[in-house]
Design a protein around this ligand. Structure first.
Ligand code: CTP
Ligand code: ZN
Length: 152
């Protein structure tokens, strides 16, 4: 018997598919993109099998098209994510996400004494390493790195 290899999440007509999201980052991506604020159709699949990632997550957003700046925010938690723009059921563009040079207001500074952890100040980091993901706080200069990034 032929094995059915189709994903159990249906195709969309128009919008954005965020594919190849590590299963462990899926809900962080949902939060970074504020998807709870959308009232358009969203389908989310998690822990689907993937050759590349073992288990992957996928997010399908009908009628949503992002600005580059917005979507690149997810590179912090899901650098492997691939964006697919869908028009009339066809993939018309594929994009990878790129870690921005500066991160504003997404991550928490690792330093408990930092002003951003003690007063109402938006966090701001310079990305000093994109490959390892190291963020240097604009205020206290401490480095927050991949394994201690906490998403706000
Ligand atoms: N997709 C969708 N709706 C469409 C077309 C595609 O939801 N109308 C989804 C597919 O399910 C897939 C992603 O968009 O998750 C990318 O589609 P496609 O390029 O056809 O798949 P692959 O070749 O498997 O992509 P990749 O090489 O990135 O793994
Ligand atoms: Zn700081």
């Amino acid at each position: 018997m032929m094995k059915d290899k189709r994903l159990s999440v249906s195709a969309i007509k128009e919008g954005t598919v965020i594919d190849h999201v590590p299963a462990s980052a899926l809900f962080k991506v949902v939060s970074i993109l504020n998807l709870d604020k959308l009232d358009t159709m969203i389908t989310i699949g998690n822990s689907l099998s993937s050759d590349k990632l073992g288990k992957k997550g996928i997010i399908k957003l009908s009628k949503v098209f992002f600005q580059d700046d917005d979507i690149n925010k997810i590179a912090l938690v899901a650098p492997s994510a691939k964006l697919n723009l869908i028009r009339d059921y066809e993939v018309v563009e594929k994009r990878v996400v790129e870690i921005p040079d500066e991160i504003i207001g997404i991550a928490k500074c690792v330093n408990p004494k930092c002003i951003t952890n003690n007063e109402v100040v938006t966090t701001r980091f310079e990305v000093v390493s994109k490959s390892e993901i190291k963020l240097k706080c604009h205020y206290c200069e401490k480095i927050t790195s991949r394994n201690n990034i906490e998403i706000l």
